[in-house]
Design a protein around this ligand. Structure first.
Ligand code: PGA
Length: 246
């Protein structure tokens, strides 16, 4: 059965002192329950801190990116195996900010997802359309194209990933997709995954984009929304935990 998964994406926020407080508050406030999991994806330099603060708790942690390469002359890059050494369970790959600002292609994102799996991490593969693409009626084409690259690369291993649908126009804008909009795309993704491989029909599908405690419940009520990838609201322990139990 697909449980509920709520993942915080800290993006490029944090600092040693504030992380200590946030991680301690999360650890103290999280009430583990069956079929319910939370995780935080933190900047690379803070992976050790997340590991130290969360080891032995029911909260998982992860990175926000990994290199598509296993090792070598790639200055400034971080290999999935390095991330895995810090006890990570997850690695976000293909976040729209990286696709837009770092020029990550569908193929590069698929290679990153494979590198994460090779290192024993669960890739959280992000897909989503821009406002212009939605207005042009291209939402389905875009998300299926992004997903297709990952399916082609992972083959049977696709069942081990998590997919996050994050409409670019909803990220950090306060404009959440309606439940109907989210469900429509999630359904499409699930049908497509199931058609590609029967075991992939149970892949966890997270929604992301301005998720808050006030809108989480309605989103989670959708049949094919299994959780959330939370940016801004994951920086406040109370808000994040409220989303997780919504
Ligand atoms: P947001 O970010 O919740 O701040 O909109 C979500 C994300 O980019 O993962």
């Amino acid at each position: 059965m697909r449980g509920k998964l709520v993942v915080g994406n800290w993006k490029m926020h944090g600092g040693l002192r504030q992380n200590d407080a946030l991680l301690a508050d999360l650890r103290a406030g999280w009430q583990p329950a069956d079929a319910r999991e939370i995780a935080v994806c933190v900047p690379f330099p803070y992976l050790w801190q997340a590991q130290a603060a969360l080891s032995g708790s029911a909260i998982a942690w992860g990175a926000q990116n990994v290199s598509e390469h296993p090792i070598g002359a790639h200055t400034g890059e971080v290999a999935a195996t390095m991330v895995a050494e810090f006890g990570c369970r997850y690695a976000i790959v293909g976040h729209s900010e990286r696709r837009a600002m770092q020029g990550e292609t569908d193929d590069a994102v698929a290679a990153k997802a494979a590198a994460a799996l090779d290192a024993g991490l669960v890739p959280i593969v992000c897909v989503g359309e821009t406002l212009e693409q939605r207005q042009a009626g291209e939402t389905k084409t875009i998300v299926l194209r992004q997903l297709a690259a990952v399916i082609a690369r992972l083959g049977k291993r696709m069942a081990q990933m998590v997919v996050a649908y994050e409409p670019v126009w909803a990220i950090g804008t306060g404009k959440t997709a309606t439940s109907d909009q989210a469900q429509e795309v999630h359904r499409l993704l699930r049908d497509h995954l199931r058609a590609a491989d029967t075991t992939a029909g149970d892949v966890s599908l997270l929604y992301g984009g301005s998720v808050k405690a006030s809108n989480a419940k309605a989103l989670f009520a959708c049949a094919d929304v299994d959780g959330a990838l939370v940016g801004g609201a994951s920086l406040k322990a109370d808000e994040f935990l409220s989303i997780a139990i919504a």
